[in-house]
Design a protein around this ligand. Structure first.
Ligand code: CA2
Length: 157
């Protein structure tokens, strides 16, 4: 099972600025923690970051047929990007949206997510641990789907 983990603009600043909002973990720390969790779950992850909206759109599109699910922190594009929303809707893979901070408790413009409606769920406010929780949620959802499919196959035989 392969999961693509995508991070949007400015998340390379993690751990260096605004630790009270975003915590002290760097993006490299988050990647290392996720690799550990993925190996525990028997999953493979690919980690990707870009500040550029079009590159994020392209990477999501490339996941079709190459990954089983997506963990996505669209960062500021959460609140602005119809292009990202369309890419998630089109790729046909379960996508879990992650935010380090609790966006519902921040400025009004952060309360609206254009991408959340096309995701299977949103995890916000748990800092770096949110990425681990998103991976667990996908493992459970994809594992359950795989079990359901093989049970259906068995019932047909
Ligand atoms: O809470 C989150 O994970 C956000 O996606 C982070 C975005 C913000 O625009 C969203 O509303 C919520 C900001 C990412 C930039 O990260 C920084 C990290 C350290 C210092 C400055 C920015």
């Amino acid at each position: 099972m392969k999961i693509l983990v995508i991070n949007g603009p400015n998340l390379t600043l993690l751990g260096r600025r605004e630790p009270t909002v975003y915590g002290r973990a760097t993006l490299a720390d988050i990647e290392a923690m996720l690799r550990l969790e993925a190996s525990r779950l028997g999953m493979e992850i690919e980690f990707y970051q870009s500040d550029i909206e079009g590159e994020l759109v392209r990477r999501i599109g490339e996941a079709a047929g190459a990954a089983d699910g997506i963990v996505l922190n669209p960062a500021a594009y959460t609140h602005t990007s119809i292009a990202l929303r369309d890419a998630i809707a089109a790729v046909g893979l379960p996508c879990v949206e992650v935010h380090l901070s609790n966006t519902a408790a921040r400025e009004p413009f952060r309360r609206r997510s254009l991408t959340a409606p096309v995701c299977v769920g949103v995890i916000a406010g748990f800092g770096a641990d949110g990425y681990r929780l998103a991976l667990l949620a996908l493992a459970q959802r994809l594992g359950a789907n795989a079990k359901e499919k093989s049970a259906r196959k068995g019932a047909k035989r």
